[in-house]
Design a protein around this ligand. Sequence first.
Ligand SMILES: C[S@@+](CC[C@H](N)C(=O)[O-])C[C@H]1O[C@@H](n2cnc3c(N)ncnc32)[C@H](O)[C@@H]1O
Length: 221
Amino acid sequence: MKRLEDVAPAHAVDALARILGFQSIEPTASTTVRDPAEAVGRHVGDSLSALALPEVADARRIADLGSGAGWPGLALAAALPDAHVWLVESAIRHCRYLEQAVDIGELANVTVVHARIEEWSGEHDLVTARALAALAVLVEYAAPLLELGGHFVAWKGAVSDDEDASGLRAAEIVGLERTQILPVVPYDGARDHTLHVFRKVRPTPTRFPRRAGMATKRPLA
Ligand SMILES: C[S@@+](CC[C@H](N)C(=O)[O-])C[C@H]1O[C@@H](n2cnc3c(N)ncnc32)[C@H](O)[C@@H]1O
């Protein structure tokens, strides 16, 4: 099994160790992977696999959508102290957990946002999401929050041909273009992990974001 030192930069190790310790004992942590040794790969390694992308390593204003227990947002905040990270989460219970995790990690560069993604605004050079929704929904959530030229990275498991095709059609509608799919192996035995990278190439039409719930109820494609 990997150690934090193997998956995180040295300056992030102490903060992430404290957060993994807190996650292992705090009942409101929204994860089934509580054992810190296992969480090193499953959460931190998975989150930081994206540092291989310059679009992520160089980002300065990051919005992590549907943060839940805080991955990848907390790991990116610890690894990228010059960036500011907004953790956007609609469930108040998860927000309370995230605020405590941020305190325990002494992460000065994080803001926890209690909001539905569709009802929040901002302009970011990077938007991230893991385990949140199908690609078509994700690109619709991400596009209005990106500056032109900014990037969206989706952490995905296996993506069916249908989901992929719908995601690309929806991306076209909201002004995004997929630039690459990066296969990653964040921990031993990880299968079908990919980072789908999109770039905002056109302004998003002003009818977005649609009303809360519409993206999942009536997907664009
Ligand atoms: C399955 S969890 C994933 C959490 C985390 N990204 C991870 O990979 O461990 C999805 C989270 O997204 C939140 N969520 C779902 N739809 C949302 C929305 N429209 N706006 C804000 N948060 C949302 C849920 O409350 C939940 O905490």
